[in-house]
Design a protein around this ligand. Structure first.
Ligand code: PRP
Ligand code: ZN
Ligand code: MG
Length: 212
């Protein structure tokens, strides 16, 4: 029997809720110790645990057929993939934050600043639209420590509870975009994969409805 491969975040903000979604859809899984991949016990689904940042690329390449990923990453990576459903969890925003000690009044205060981010495309677009000249430093993780170690003046990163910013002495000053988790798919699924995906989507929609 053919299986559909779903990519979910290995650890981080979306992990727990992604596992919970499978459970709410009555899909049973055993998560192994290594947590690289696992097969559902009662549904034709293979679960791949990956870094969320890599999921858009894997979906474009067809390494995974479907995936749960933040809209923020889809907009940043601009891969050729399809959004099938918004999932109602993983709500967060991509925001610019500066050290608490910095006085900030308006966006022009960012002019000439060095900004560290894992979202260079979205940040560049945000600044260009507002005629702000900032130096973008792309880093792939632990962005929030960049100002503290003198690597940048400010950052642009995801904020959900705000505790990461708080712990690093940063304050949020501008919102670049709002995001939440979505189910996305590879562009060319075969007919069996398509049928499995539709079954899964049917269950997801039922779960969403029951919550409203
Ligand atoms: C984001 C972001 C922060 C954290 C913010 O990480 O990079 O680290 O979430 O959440 P908080 O406001 O609740 O503290 P993401 O989920 O993208 O994981 P990753 O950075 O490890 O890829
Ligand atoms: Zn991430
Ligand atoms: Mg992070």
């Amino acid at each position: 029997m053919n299986k559909l491969k779903i990519a979910i975040q290995k650890s981080g903000r979306l992990y727990e809720d992604s596992i919970k979604l499978l459970k709410d859809c009555s899909i049973e899984i055993n998560i192994g110790i290594d947590k690289l991949k696992t097969t559902a016990l009662n549904f034709p689904l293979e679960i791949l645990f990956l870094r969320d940042d890599d999921i858009p690329q894997y979906l474009e390449d067809g390494v995974a057929d479907i995936g749960i990923v933040g809209k923020n990453l889809l907009l940043e990576k601009r891969k050729r993939i399809k959004i099938k459903e918004t999932l109602g969890f993983g709500k967060c925003r991509l925001s610019i934050a500066v050290p608490k000690s910095l006085s900030y009044n308006k966006i022009q205060d960012l002019d000439g600043k060095r900004i560290a981010t894992s979202y260079p495309f979205l940040v560049r677009e945000f600044f260009e639209k507002r005629y702000i000249n900032a130096e973008i430093h792309e880093i792939s993780g632990a962005v929030e420590i960049a100002p503290g170690i003198g690597l940048a003046d400010c950052i642009c990163d995801l904020v959900s509870s705000g505790s990461t910013l708080f712990m690093n002495g940063l304050k949020e000053v501008e919102t670049v975009l709002q995001s939440e988790a979505v189910l996305a798919s590879h562009l060319h699924l075969d007919s069996t994969q398509h049928i499995i995906m539709e079954k899964f989507l049917f269950r997801i929609r039922a779960v969403k409805k029951a919550k409203n």
